[in-house]
Design a protein around this ligand. Structure first.
Ligand SMILES: [Fe+2]
Length: 392
């Protein structure tokens, strides 16, 4: 989590009464209702929210359906190019998500919504990292209004209730990583006092939390669609859940823009750990931002061919010309699985020698466990990609 934040009203001491106007309070009790959101049991980051009504009030709970993610079958071990730029627009920012690949630690989705999100949504079992490939607007959350823009990683901790309010729904295009473990700042980027190190690729000011609480104080039947693992549940509350008048702590939705990542350059090629942005159990998320290239007089400025024997590597191409790869476009996704080598395309090594800068922007996630492609992803797969390293 980035750092401590506080919004709205909180009592001087935690777990003590926060008084509110008795005439407007729930049951005339004249107090707000504390709600502690914890991670790792009670042992790591947490936040304390103060609601106008108990957050436990439900008037109806109903099973909706199980999501059925179908893995592609009988695939050989090979490189893949998933042309997700060809994904048709469908659904809303939540139910329009199409699964691309998954393992026990994450599910990767792509969504190009065509309709607005009319129902509040909450992921009860996973943190979500939503990369905004295209789009802008605000996300209404229980902890306030979170503005977002192109290039943002929007990090929504599990249990955050939210709704997308884009400026223009037809422009939205997201890469969604559903992360089974909490999404964290790598501990090697922080000093012993918990502050981001001077030498790390971002700073606390690059992380943006909610800007306005926009508290809704209303007895109104409100539904929330909740996802936990493959199950969808609909809960109806007799009041609006955005009734928080204050909160503080380390768990909250925030954004970090990929163009705020400070890339490093050496005299020779620096490997992906230098691009790491987030840390999760079983995988890392990295940002390949526009940067100066290696400056040894004989430096080869595209990555060397390598066998990533203990990782599956996925690149999502955001913008720019990709020096090492031919045939990829914006929103292309490549999966280079462990066990077979991959590397620069023919001609790109020599072509890189005189380059001094790259304008490429890409998001990468590297997983420890094998990734399974979905049948939906295979609809977008370029079958010729594994043979694309042949000369010519
Ligand atoms: Fe690689």
């Amino acid at each position: 989590m980035p750092n401590y934040r506080q919004m709205g009203q909180t009592p001087t001491k935690r777990h003590t009464k926060l008084s509110v106007d008795a005439s407007k309070s729930f049951l005339g009790e004249g107090m707000a209702y504390e709600h502690v959101v914890t991670t790792a049991g009670f042992n790591r980051a947490y936040s304390i929210l103060y609601h106008l009504r108990p957050p436990t009030r439900n008037s109806r709970v109903e099973f909706v359906r199980n999501l059925d993610i179908q893995a592609a079958e009988k695939l050989p071990l090979r490189q893949h190019h998933i042309q997700s730029q060809n994904l048709p627009r469908s659904g809303d920012p939540i139910l329009g998500r199409v699964p691309m690949m998954f393992n026990d630690d994450l599910i990767c989705w792509r969504v190009r919504p065509e309709s607005s999100q009319n129902e509040l949504y909450r992921n009860g079992a996973a943190d979500e990292v939503i990369f905004i490939q295209q789009g802008s607007g605000v996300i209404e959350t229980s902890q306030g209004i979170l503005p977002y823009r192109r290039g943002d990683y929007v990090v929504l901790p599990r249990t955050t209730t939210y709704r997308f309010l884009p400026d223009e729904i037809g422009r939205e295009d997201h890469l969604v990583l559903e992360c089974m473990s909490p999404v964290r700042i790598p501990s090697r980027y922080q000093n012993e006092d918990g502050q981001m190190l001077l030498g790390c690729p971002y700073y606390e000011r690059d992380f943006h939390g909610p800007v306005d609480l926009a508290t809704i104080n209303k007895e109104v039947q409100t539904t929330v669609l909740i996802k936990d693992h493959d199950r969808l549940t609909r809960v109806t509350m007799p009041h609006h859940p955005f009734d928080v008048i204050g909160w503080d702590g380390f768990v909250y939705p925030y954004t970090f823009n990929a163009w705020d990542f400070e890339p490093l350059t050496g005299t020779i090629h620096l490997p992906p750990p230098f691009q790491q942005t987030f840390e999760c159990r079983g995988f890392v998320i990295c940002t390949f931002a526009p940067r100066y290239l290696d400056h040894h007089p004989d430096a080869i400025k595209v990555p060397y061919a390598h066998s990533n024997v203990e990782a599956d590597e996925v690149l999502f191409y955001v913008e720019g010309q990709f020096g090492s790869r031919r045939g990829v476009e914006q929103c292309s996704m490549t999966l280079h699985p462990g066990g077979i080598p991959h590397g620069p395309h023919p001609g790109t090594i020599q072509a890189s020698m005189d380059a001094t800068r790259t304008d490429e922007m890409a998001v990468m996630f590297d997983t420890e466990r094998k990734l399974f492609l979905t049948q939906d992803a295979m609809q977008l797969d370029d079958p010729k990609y594994p043979l694309s390293w042949l000369e010519g």
